[in-house]
Design a protein around this ligand. Structure first.
Ligand SMILES: C[S@@+](CC[C@H](N)C(=O)[O-])C[C@H]1O[C@@H](n2cnc3c(N)ncnc32)[C@H](O)[C@@H]1O
Length: 171
């Protein structure tokens, strides 16, 4: 689903540049496909067990980093693009989401873009997440939140059940 449907819709033919940051890579549903599209992919994940799985499936040291999206362990202007698929609602508060936006902006190179996909708020998604974190991102508020983080050219695009958005760091 992620590889065949979601990533083509989210990324289209966008130029991701030379170095992509994958935030909240999970078990790697998108990772192999991203590695086909970009010369260097760094997959960030918070969970220890998932980090081990990712390292095994991608080869030791192959750009798998344990860390927190809200405190990125990378230097300013490291990445040409960043992607976050189904990650933001797992952050424990909207403040942590805002900190993540600011951190992603910091580590992007001028002109770099963030691509993200999120699920909508609603009873079904609240039910599915009763035993995990669900802090839904309200699409209407996103342009202002991303602008405060420093981003420009925010584009939002809904589809049933969720929405994609992109935002750019000014050149
Ligand atoms: C629903 S999974 C999505 C995984 C993957 N992006 C995909 O589409 O299959 C959300 C992932 O975000 C990770 N995550 C949650 N909070 C995080 C944080 N603060 N920093 C980095 N990763 C985080 C979780 O451990 C989980 O693997």
């Amino acid at each position: 689903m992620t590889r065949a449907r979601l990533l083509p819709w989210l990324l289209g033919r966008s130029d991701l540049g030379e170095r992509l940051l994958e935030i909240g890579a999970g078990a790697g549903a998108a990772t192999a496909e991203l590695r086909k599209r970009v010369p260097r992919v760094t997959s960030l994940e918070y969970d220890h067990a998932l980090i081990e799985r990712l390292a095994q499936s991608n080869g030791a040291g192959a750009g798998v980093v344990r860390g927190d999206a809200a405190a990125l362990p990378f230097a300013d202007r490291t990445f040409s693009s960043a992607i976050a698929v189904l990650v933001l609602h797992h952050l424990r508060s909207s403040e942590l989401q805002d900190r993540t936006f600011a951190e992603v902006h910091r580590v992007l190179q001028p002109g770099g873009r963030l691509f993200a996909f999120e699920i909508s708020d609603g009873w079904f998604n609240r039910f599915v997440h009763t035993k995990s974190t669900f802090v839904p991102v309200q699409p209407d508020a996103l342009p202002a939140r991303l602008t405060v983080a420093g981003f420009a050219r925010v584009r939002l695009d809904p589809r049933p059940g969720g929405f994609r958005f992109t935002a750019s760091r000014n050149a």
